[in-house]
Design a protein around this ligand. Structure first.
Ligand code: GAP
Length: 440
């Protein structure tokens, strides 16, 4: 399959609408007409985005002994961005259409203005993508600060701090999740490319001779992460960058690409950054960023293998891959087949009616599950409509409490994808759900 729109040409529009209608993602400052290319995450979106980040942190930090986390500042002094190369080279070629005056990225428009069709443009100018601001009340060069355009530099500037405090030795990694900012000229495709976004990055420091094997290792590990969380392999592929397309720091980059509705495009990049960053920061700061291998009595600058993912972009890919329309009992339904670890609600507790005698038992069931699963509690509308509402936001399990429950102390567990219903005793319910989700 070349794209998810082969099966549904309106997929992007459907996901955008669903995201707004069901509280995943709203246009930012919407009541003022919206602020272009910025988005707010609503009650369901914030749950899902946290789940994406949690799944990443779990696999990159929690389940390993060779990787530790940090949370570095977003604001940084120019010295960091001069050393990293961003002040000089983090630019896009910018052109203006001479007819309609719209501004475009030269490398994205094939010589024709997408707005008016004109082929007359100004000469390209280098446009730096970093947001520049001022720290403190005094203006001037000394007060200049930048919002970070990537989380990666926080790992390099803290290399010596981490090394001396947690006593790791290469190969070891430093991971971080957080917001990054780029003044993108052409933000587009919903949350695919925005000016404010979240990254999940890990810098893996290795002896230089081991860099090629770790580069391969991380390409596979990161590809497998998406598959494990439910993206079908036909929607994923690896794309190795040609030498002339490499970023200023890279000795090799491979992207994990996803089949978006507009075709194959980047989901995550895995780069072999060599010793570029540590060397640059050592030279610029005067602080040696090296590792001393006592056994070999040898000092060296580690190479860096970097898997760099976008949390918001990954969330979009998970939504696109999960969206399905099928038929249940002759009725069309929309269902998000999200892995339970990513679903905004993992369980919905649904009393069959609003009658007070069902409420106490339903609240008891909810209280038993809430410490272990993110739960919704919904008493409005018919049970059929409530199932559909939960299907549409990807809730894997619905628990229905009916009048028989009061007699037999059992509830109905309805599974999202198969719609199969089973009766389970309340006392066994937590264990049953933990088994079904593979937690025991
Ligand atoms: N430290 C290396 C680095 O930042 P990148 O390829 O520029 O590499 C890594 O960014 C990932 O961050 C991308 O694969 C993408 O998932 C995400 N990303 C980058 N720019 C983005 C934007 N404007 N909006 C949303 N996500 C973005």
């Amino acid at each position: 399959m070349a794209s998810t729109s082969d099966t549904d040409p309106n997929l992007l529009e459907k996901i955008t609408n669903l995201a707004k209608r069901r509280g995943f993602i709203f246009q930012s400052a919407e009541i003022y007409g919206g602020f272009r290319s910025t988005y707010d995450y609503g009650p369901l979106g914030v749950n899902m985005l946290r789940n994406v980040k949690q799944a990443w942190w779990r696999s990159m930090v929690q389940m390993r002994t060779d990787i530790v986390g940090i949370d570095a500042a977003i604001l940084g002094p120019p010295a960091v961005w001069a050393a990293s190369g961003h002040l000089e080279t983090f630019t896009d070629p910018l052109v203006d259409c001479r007819k309609c005056k719209e501004r475009w990225r030269e490398d994205k428009i094939n010589g024709v203005c997408p707005n008016c069709g004109s082929t007359e443009f100004t000469e390209p100018r280098a446009f730096n993508l970093m947001f520049k601001t001022q720290a403190g009340p005094v203006e001037g060069e000394g007060a200049t600060a930048y919002l970070r355009p990537e989380t990666a530099q926080g790992m390099f500037t803290n290399f010596a701090n981490v090394l001396s405090t947690v006593r790791k030795k290469p190969p070891f990694g430093i991971a971080q999740i957080g917001k990054s900012f780029r003044n993108e000229i052409t933000p587009q495709n919903f949350v695919f490319r925005t000016r404010e976004f979240e990254q999940m990055e890990m810098e893996y420091f290795v002896p230089p001779s081991e860099a090629p094997e770790w580069y391969k290792y991380w390409i596979k590990a990161r590809y497998d992460w998406y598959v494990d969380l439910g993206i079908p392999t036909e929607l994923l592929r690896l794309h190795e960058h040609a030498k002339e397309d490499l970023s200023h720091y890279s000795k090799g980059t491979t992207d994990v690409e996803f089949a978006y509705p507009w075709g194959w495009d980047e989901l995550e990049g895995i780069a072999n950054r060599g010793d570029y960053d540590l060397t640059q920061h050592s030279n610029a700061s005067g602080v040696k960023l090296e590792y001393f291998d006592q056994a070999a009595n040898e000092r060296y600058t580690p190479y860096v293998i970097e898997p760099a993912a976008g949390a918001t972009r990954a969330m979009m890919a998970f939504l696109l891959a999960a969206y399905h329309e099928d038929e249940v009992e002759g009725e069309l339904r929309t269902v998000l087949r999200l892995d339970w670890r990513l679903a905004p609600y993992q369980v919905a507790v649904l009393p069959l009616s609003k009658k007070p005698e069902l409420e106490a038992t339903s609240r008891d069931v909810l209280a038993r599950l809430q410490p272990y699963f993110t739960c919704d509690y919904d008493v409005t509308q018919s049970i059929g409509r409530r199932y559909r509402r939960q299907d549409e936001v990807g809730t894997p399990y619905c628990i229905t409490i009916d009048f028989d429950t009061l007699e037999d102390q059992s509830v109905t567990v309805r599974e999202r994808d198969s719609t199969a219903q089973t009766r389970v005793r309340i006392d066994d319910l937590l264990a049953e759900l933990r088994t079904r989700t593979g937690q025991v």
